[in-house]
Design a protein around this ligand. Sequence first.
Ligand SMILES: [Zn+2]
Length: 202
Amino acid sequence: MSERRDGRVAEGTSLLRMRMGNCTEGSNPSLSATTSPEVDGSDTKAKYHGLYVREEVGNKGRGVFTSRDFAPGELVLVFGGALLERGAIGDVTHALQVGEDLFLTASNDLDDFVNHSCAPNCGVRLRGGRVELFALNAIPADEEITFDYAVTQSRSPDLMECACGQSSCRTLIGNFEALPSQLQDLYIAQGSYLPYVLSQRS
Ligand SMILES: [Zn+2]
């Protein structure tokens, strides 16, 4: 497991931990769920079919692996959790940004442990109110599933160190709008982004 260091979090912690950063300022957390017309973290049925968690994946702690083949575009899992506004996050340390000020908290299940990669085999999309992880390409059994955390994150003050080991590693993981424009265009073409991040681009 990686850990926070001076406001940064090493790559490899499962995905949701890295999202939060400095979201506690000025808040007196009341962990009340909020509502969103677009995102629903409660519909997670069948989200874990064909997946399992390995406890140690290199130096990254836990990771999620396939136990069967996935086809390009196939749904891999649905992120679960409660929706919280930024001011209600408090000291919650696991959350996936799904809106400018909206976060999906940890589900305390498998989907909390999907790692980042700068050369991911999965993307993230919003469908029917669900935040879905889907296969960008054919994924064989016993392969780790990853996505680029930047496709859900926008205008966050956090930068996260990355050690994914890919030749295309960006070293730091940040916001969608900070990605090289070619990579933004690729993710958009692949359908791997949350819609709100496009409106955040300058
Ligand atoms: Zn990387």
